[in-house]
Write a protein that binds this ligand. Structure first.
Ligand code: GDP
Length: 176
């Protein structure tokens, strides 16, 4: 199996996206701080390929406290095992925290692919308002793909699923 990480600050729409990707409601209700490096949010199987979608809670914590810095580092190093990172931002609400998460991704780029998913485009009237942010972010990080998405409406969610499946290796133990 291979892992795909859904990364982004709180409220950008990660759980909504995961529900759409998995085509079902999953209930991740715990909002407690996590001590694990990542948690499994769901699994998608497509023939011999199995995608394990993970969340890396530690990446979103502020770095002021030593314990948070440790968790940040653990989360960042857990991304080394990941085949694809889906970095989700809220197209309605860009904040400096997006860049904080991006900086951590950047410090651990081991050749894996990264998609920038600009979410909530269903709510954006003035699409051109996206460009200044886009230009700034893509100058700082070489995204493999930039996708406007709507997690609630499902826009471009299939594309993310296809890229996820393509990024993981085939299982050697697959018998159709
Ligand atoms: P998370 O904290 O990153 O997991 O974010 P959630 O999935 O919990 O979503 C946060 C809020 O954004 C919720 O109120 C969602 O309904 C809303 N939301 C998520 N995706 C979209 C979208 O594509 N369009 C709109 N308009 N709202 C969205």
């Amino acid at each position: 199996c291979g892992m795909v990480a859904i990364v982004g600050r709180p409220n950008v729409g990660k759980s909504t996206l995961l529900n759409k990707l998995l085509g079902q409601k999953i209930s991740i209700t715990s909002k407690k701080p996590q001590t694990t490096r990542h948690r499994i949010m769901g699994i998608h199987t497509d023939g011999p390929r199995q995608v394990v979608f993970i969340d890396t809670p530690g990446l979103h914590m502020e770095e002021k406290r030593a314990i948070n810095r440790l968790m940040n580092r653990a989360a960042a190093s857990s991304l080394a095992e990941v085949a694809l990172v889906v970095f989700v931002v809220d197209g309605m609400n860009w904040t400096p925290d997006d860049e904080m998460v991006l900086r951590k991704l950047q410090s651990r780029d081991d050749g894996r692919k990264t998609i920038l998913a600009i979410n909530k485009v269903d709510n954006i009237k003035d699409k051109e308002a996206l460009f200044p942010h886009l230009e700034e972010l893509s100058k700082k990080f070489p995204f493999d793909e930039i996708l406007p998405i709507s997690a609630t409406q499902g826009t471009n969610v299939q594309r993310i699923l296809d890229m996820s499946v393509a990024s993981v290796p085939e299982s050697p133990h697959y018998f159709p």
